[in-house]
Ligand binder design. Structure first.
Ligand SMILES: Cc1cc2nc3c(=O)[nH]c(=O)nc-3n(C[C@H](O)[C@H](O)[C@H](O)COP(=O)(O)OP(=O)(O)OC[C@H]3O[C@@H](n4cnc5c(N)ncnc54)[C@H](O)[C@@H]3O)c2cc1C
Length: 459
């Protein structure tokens, strides 16, 4: 059986590996438009060692992913964070990241009291008395609109957008509750099903009460960066990987085999698309027009990461990083990760490693800015937020990585769109699609969705 996979990001490479396991006689060709594999996983060679400029961690609580990495022989390469806490820069000062709540949405004013005005604190505490939220089981809504309506703008702009923005490159106003905070949507469902009054504070309390204490670190990473994962997947899959192979179309020939425009010699029995949603839409235009139509609805958010190595770490706070409140005046960066504080294996290299992130959905100004300007913004914002003078600390190395269309926007229509795509694809034999748009943006979710898509394809 001959398989063609389009895209050598995490999804495409995971699928290639899975196919090779399930169908050992398979011939697999992977076509990658870029000049390297990995997609949004990208480990760059700083002088002191490899550093990730795309994804830098994974949710280690996802046992399926950890098992998968171990199965690849990467168990020894997995490392965990130092456990230092993160901060929020708001109101011109650093604040501890609110504890409790769900994605920064509190059940009472207590966790966010330092971050919001007295009026907002009072409003949060009185929310349970306000008329209930009109919610039926299975409903969905916009995160930003919901929290603004119930608690006011400050909670969204100072906490929730900062937290969600770190994961999705979007503010809360561009994200859906069920897609990004599914436990909160389930709590609304439960309140509605029980005929109880549906309020935000009651739903958050319910999530908190139901939270199961789990042992072990929340996050993991690879000692040598994500390159350890994508290079292992590529090698173990045994696939032929073609770089600089931009595929612009896919059709059937008279025998019903797949033919690609831009790569391969045709006659593929099975086709797997592991590209971002808009590209997948183009590639499915002829093979599954209804799925293509739905996929076009998924928009992408861009961002840019500036990785900086400083000779000295003196003055850098003992935290894992800073989230910048969306309404903080004069700031350009949306977050800083103090990588060498967050990860002991990076601290061992000496000096300080800091990642500055910029850009949110709908605004590419910073993603397109000159590198010099981005570095100036990073150093100025870092100094403003923490007092750390990066220029004086000796900035010895800089890597800038722009992620145009880096992440799909998981808005309140997203899950319905994905369901429609899946349904339409079920009518298209021997073709599958996967990727960060399909089952979640996090690395474990992408791996799980790619493995499932590969299994369906092998049949
Ligand atoms: C800045 C950033 C930070 C992140 N941080 C984290 C994190 O810390 N933890 C976490 O769990 N997740 C994180 N993520 C999310 C995670 O990295 C992604 O969801 C995941 O890597 C996406 O993998 P993918 O294979 O679906 O897509 P991609 O990586 O986008 O791969 C798709 C591939 O298809 C190729 N392609 C596109 N069009 C064509 C074509 N026409 N022909 C051939 N090839 C084509 C692309 O070049 C690309 O290589 C982060 C993402 C970004 C952008």
């Amino acid at each position: 059986m001959r398989y063609a996979i389009i895209g050598a990001g995490l999804a495409g490479l995971t699928a290639a590996h899975e196919i090779s396991t399930l169908d050992p006689a398979a011939t697999i060709d992977v076509f990658e438009a870029g000049e390297r594999i990995g997609g949004k996983l990208f480990t760059v060679p700083f002088d002191s060692g490899p550093v990730d400029l795309g994804a830098e961690a994974f949710l280690a609580r996802r046992a399926d992913a950890v098992e998968f990495f171990r199965g690849l022989g990467l168990g020894e390469a997995i490392v965990h964070p130092s456990g230092l806490s993160s901060t929020v820069y708001s109101g011109g000062r650093l604040n501890a990241l609110p504890k409790g709540g769900v994605m920064g949405i509190p059940a009472s004013s207590a966790p966010v009291r330092e971050l919001v005005s007295a009026d907002t604190a009072a409003r949060i505490d009185a929310e349970g008395e306000a008329p209930g939220i009109d919610w039926s089981v299975g409903d969905d809504t916009n995160v930003g609109a919901l929290v603004r309506r119930r608690y006011g703008d400050e909670v969204v702009d100072r906490v929730v957008s900062a937290l969600l923005g770190g994961v999705y490159s979007c503010t809360a106003d561009d994200l859906g509750v069920r897609a990004t905070i599914p436990k909160l949507a389930e709590a609304f469902d439960e309140l509605a099903a029980a005929g109880e009054k549906v309020t935000l504070s009651a739903a958050v309390s319910r999530v908190q009460a139901g939270a199961v204490k789990q042992d072990g670190p929340v996050f993991g990473a690879f000692r040598g960066g994500y390159a350890e994962l994508y290079e292992t997947l590529a090698e173990k899959s045994g696939a032929a990987i073609y770089l600089d192979a931009f595929i612009s179309g896919a059709t059937h020939d008279k025998q019903g085999k797949f033919v690609l425009k831009g790569g391969g010699d045709g006659a593929y029995d099975r086709l797997l698309l592991a590209t971002p949603a808009p590209t997948t839409a183009v590639l499915l235009k002829q093979l599954a027009p209804a799925a293509a139509q739905e996929l076009k609805r998924i928009k992408l958010a861009s961002s840019v990461v500036v990785g900086m190595k400083f000779d000295s770490a003196t003055g850098l706070p003992d935290n894992s990083g800073v989230l910048v409140a969306a309404d903080e005046p004069g700031m350009h960066a949306k977050a800083f990760t103090f990588s060498s504080k967050k990860w002991p294996h990076l601290a061992e290299r000496g000096g300080a490693l800091v990642r500055a992130s910029f850009g949110r959905f709908g605004d590419e100004t910073l993603v397109r800015a000159d590198e010099d300007d981005l570095v100036d913004h990073a150093l100025d914002d870092l100094a403003a937020a923490t007092g750390f003078d990066g220029r004086a600390a000796g900035l010895s190395e800089i890597y800038t990585q722009r992620w145009f269309g880096g992440l799909p926007r998981y808005d309140e229509t997203h899950l319905a769109t994905v369901a429609e795509v899946r349904e339409a694809l079920a009518d298209a034999p021997a073709v599958e699609a996967t990727g960060a748009w399909a089952g979640g943006v996090g690395v474990p979710a992408v791996v799980a969705d790619a493995r499932a898509a590969a299994a369906r394809l092998v049949g």
